[in-house]
Design a protein. Sequence first.
Length: 545
Amino acid sequence: MVQVKTSDGIVEGELVENEFLGGQYYSFKGIPYAAPPLGELRFKAPQPVEPWEGVRSAKQHGPPCFQRDFYIDMTLELVGSEDCLYLNVYTPQMTPDKPLPVMVWIHGGGFYGGSGDDDPYGPDFLVPNGVILVTMNYRLEVLGFLCLDSEEVPGNAGMKDQVAALRWVQKNIRNFGGDPDNVTIFGESAGGASVTYHLSSPMSKGLFKRGIAQSGNSTCWWTKPFEPREVAIALAKNLGFYSEDSKELYEFFKKQPVENLINADTPINMAQLGKKGKELQYCVVDEKDFGTNERFFYANPYDVLRNGIHEGVDVMTGYTEDEGVFWLAICPDVEGALEKINRYNDYLTSEPLAENCTASQRLEIGKRLKKYYFGTEKVSMKNFDQLLKYCSVQLFTYGAHQWAKIASSNANNNKVYFYKFGCKTERSFLSNVSHVRKYLGDKVVVCHADDLPYLFSFKMEGMKVVKGSESHRLIENVTKLWTNFAKFGNPTPDDSLGVQWTPYDVENQKYLNISNQFEEKSHPDAEEIKFWEDIFREFYPRYVH
């Protein structure tokens, strides 16, 4: 047992065995970083923890935010609690000769699901590299991202939770052997997008030194909801309450059983209703200024990014080879979607274009996209790969390219390291736990989230590490890239990985192909990205570098 004094009281953790790679590390789970957001605190910015007397056990995770994880299995029972603002600290040494670099993980899950627990995000691979890992829970979906554009509910509560966790790290991490002046935030999907929002948020400035955004950026359209106040009104109507008054809506939502606020499906127009996919309607909003609220983010993400991210903060960002396979995991009716793509010419028109163009322009854009990916053929299983390529670009890779181009070109001279992830072993994750095999057969893909099992020790069947295997070698090499960046600001400071990774710039577009062999290349997916950029430049230039 080991005890640590924090700003709120003493916590008692434990020394545990690294069951994957051998050795030991210190584990502290379920440390509260903000007060439980219950009752009058529902939807509010996080409040300080009430200090405790005596010693608090830190050997069990705190509950995740109340949720249903729609990505993998819609039949899952509801889990978690509104009392969810807890974090975990894993450290290789309590009293190192020199304070250790700190890596703070922000989990993904579309702002709807997930947690920082060690079932998916075990520390066993990262901590042996001489870093401290911190993981967190934060409020999700309606609880974390309801927005009424009012002083009572301005939005972004879940992002402010993340800020509170980062402030806790600044206050307390020295007592766990960490260096508050060398903190790297990193995350995947919604977590990656969160990282890039923190890179531009006034609330987050000074709380970290570096960032890693994996398969998610603030420039991905799904990170910013369409008409969030209208979404809130639609949710109230679904629950039988008809009002557009902000105070009445606030009182109504505050009194709702938490079960009524989970897995909300609230399309606000016929386009959303017709697609019948899972819209990410609760995420980062353009927060209004009421003079009393600390705003996390405001204005359009592209406009904010053009003004520069925080000075002196360097970034790694990129995506997996087959991001679009993720669409299969979340699409409730693949065959129905194929039928609609063939029937309606505007079905493939990407959301930011659909929301900002005329009806005739939407048709024209959809026709061009169909022709580019499918020629004159009907969309079917014969050309299914092309549909997945389309899904990759429109959901993830277009936003990643725009983020890298804009961020690397701003006046603050931030270094941006760009990558494409393609490691192929038995550790592929999402394609093996969802229904995608029905459509892919035996094809080997590197799907959205398939980078995570090389960074974290997943507690899942088939995820045991065999020492000396190809997957073991790749785990060692991938974690070295990530932890080198956290330590030195350079993922390849020497020749030990057999490659030098050059920072990205718009002219050369150097990137690291992180596959079974690492190789530096240039201009990833250039022809396809140019096609999309030309469309945006013609129809909605705000969304192109």
